[in-house]
Design a protein around this ligand. Structure first.
Ligand code: ZN
Ligand code: ZN
Length: 148
């Protein structure tokens, strides 16, 4: 996301918070802004480091709670755990991921597959399938070069 769209995104956040009867706090705005600025898959620790200068009193549990709230609101997605840290994705829309098994880097890509059949099959036996994404494991170019 470019910095030009950040004010618009913040207005959207403010509106979505008010709709739920939640307060628009500087913490929530700063954390959201940090997510948009970083514009990649980040851990709560990275978000904390990014907002630490503007919000010296913010704690890691607060960042986690805020990211969980954003997830409930559909603003971020929680990715699986890589290298011990839960990562948050600033892109809530449908997309796929490729994961480097050596350095843990996660990149977006579009697999361009119809996952409806996967969701139907996952729904067998009473499982309530929500969403599906493709995760491709391998080596990023840097790690592949080191391994060669
Ligand atoms: Zn790598
Ligand atoms: Zn992503």
């Amino acid at each position: 996301m470019t910095t030009a769209t950040i004010p618009a995104a913040e207005q959207e956040l403010s509106g979505a918070l008010r709709e739920r009867g939640l307060r628009v706090t500087p913490q929530r705005l700063f954390i959201y802004r940090a997510l948009l600025r970083l514009d990649r898959h980040v851990s709560a620790e990275e978000v904390l480091a990014a907002v630490g200068e503007s919000l010296p009193n913010v704690s890691l549990p607060t960042v986690y709670a805020t990211l969980e709230l954003f997830e409930e609101m559909g603003l971020v997605r929680r990715l699986g755990v890589t290298q011990g840290a839960v990562l948050y994705d600033p892109r809530p829309d449908q997309h796929d991921h490729r994961v480097c098994d050596r350095c843990g880097a996660i990149e977006d890509f579009e697999a361009d597959l119809d996952l409806a059949a996967a969701l139907r099959r996952a729904g067998r036996g009473g499982f309530h399938a929500g969403r599906a994404e493709v995760v491709v494991h391998g080596l990023c170019p840097r790690c592949a070069a080191l391994a060669a």
